[in-house]
Design a protein around this ligand. Structure first.
Ligand code: NAD
Ligand code: LMR
Length: 325
């Protein structure tokens, strides 16, 4: 057995956390030989509800769960933590865009970035899930200047999974037959779900579906899936699929993957995306290092969409400039 690692989850009494923490405690995220200590953060008003989640965690008698820290103090929540999944934030409701949450949630991430900077393990890996996820990650990263930018990411894995699933369903293949789908840009409706490089059982995906379906069905379905789920669930946003995506994102970051996946990470200038912008790229991961897939040909149509989502992210960053260190 390895030495236990500390995993922080914010919004511990929320919907996503309820689908997430049990899987982390069971070893699904970090492996069956990795004991964990969960650090769960909530606002004071939700501590009683969090207590209920903690009771259920105990009732599972997970062999890998060494301890649980339950707190409303962000500094305690992030003390010595090795992994942080920042989920806690207000979700949007019907009729809202994720960017409507910029100001409401932005301040949470300033405070949490500072606490990560001052109290977390120097090797921490941080995943931001709370919306608007990319810009919240940007705020968190800027609030933690002593940590390396490469330690911050936000989640477009759910969009990636949605795209893979839509493509598999359309072409009548298993999920595992679909490779090299990409989500570029922001976790918002301007994201670009790109299948130009995707394959299905080794065949170019584009040769198996019509262009009209890509433009008028596939792309809007993936871009607007969050809204469709909110409508179908009577106002509640996606939770189990978001939790699974968060866990998969972190697991791949730690364990590595040769398969392309999509992660929002600080740009290194690849594909002319300005350095430091938290932008979703196609990536592979080796030894904990996230590598942007290089050398892809970007046609004119795609280039326009890459730039449009970049511009939206730049505007979001401008809107929160007063929160940045
Ligand atoms: P929820 O309302 O069920 O839970 C959020 C929890 O966070 C609540 O219990 C709340 O008390 C807590 N919280 C609020 N402020 C906090 C703070 N400062 N510190 C600690 N906890 C705090 O919401 P949810 O459905 O779990 O969604 C959480 C967030 O994740 C939302 O912003 C939602 O939009 C986002 N989300 C992102 C994706 C993605 O793909 N990136 C997918 C789904 C949901
Ligand atoms: C999603 O994509 O399901 C989440 O970001 C929730 C939302 O607001 O759409």
């Amino acid at each position: 057995m390895k030495k236990p690692v500390r995993v922080a989850i914010t919004g511990g009494a929320g919907q996503i956390a309820y689908s997430l923490v049990f899987r982390i405690a069971s070893g699904e995220m970090l492996g069956q030989d990795q004991p964990v200590i969960l650090h769960m953060l909530e606002v004071p008003a939700a501590l009683e509800a969090l207590k209920g989640v903690v009771m259920e965690l105990h009732d599972c008698a997970y062999p890998l769960l060494e301890d649980i820290v339950m707190t409303d103090d962000v500094n305690i929540a992030f003390s010595d933590v090795d992994y942080a999944l920042l989920v806690g934030a207000k979700p949007r409701g019907p009729g809202m865009e994720r960017s409507d949450l910029l100001k409401i949630n932005g301040e949470i991430f300033t405070e949490q970035g500072k606490a990560l900077n001052d109290f977390a393990s120097r090797d921490i890996k941080v995943l931001i899930v709370g919306n608007p996820a990319n810009t919240n990650a940007y705020i968190t990263m800027h609030s933690a200047p002593d940590l390396d930018r490469k330690q911050f990411s936000s989640m477009t894995r759910l969009d990636h999974n949605r795209a893979v699933s839509q493509l598999a369903e359309k072409t009548g293949v298993k999920i595992t037959a679909v490779k090299n789908v990409i989500i570029w840009g922001n976790h918002s409706t301007t994201q670009y779900p790109d299948i130009n490089h995707a394959t299905i059982n080794g065949q170019p995906a584009k040769s198996l579906v019509e262009q009209d379906w890509i433009i008028n069905e596939f792309m809007p379905t993936v871009q607007q899936r969050g809204t469709a789920i909110i409508k179908a669930r009577g106002g509640k946003s996606s939770a189990a699929s978001a939790a699974f995506a968060a866990m998969s994102h972190m697991r791949d970051w730690v364990m590595g993957t040769d398969e392309w996946t999509s992660m929002s990470i600080p740009s290194d200038g690849s594909y002319n995306i300005p350095e430091g912008l938290i932008y979703s790229f196609p990536v592979t991961i080796k030894d904990g290092k996230i590598n942007i897939v290089q050398g892809l040909e970007i046609d004119q149509f795609s280039n326009k969409l890459l730039i449009a989502t970049q511009h939206e992210l730049e505007q979001e960053c401008e809107a929160v400039a007063d929160l940045l260190v």
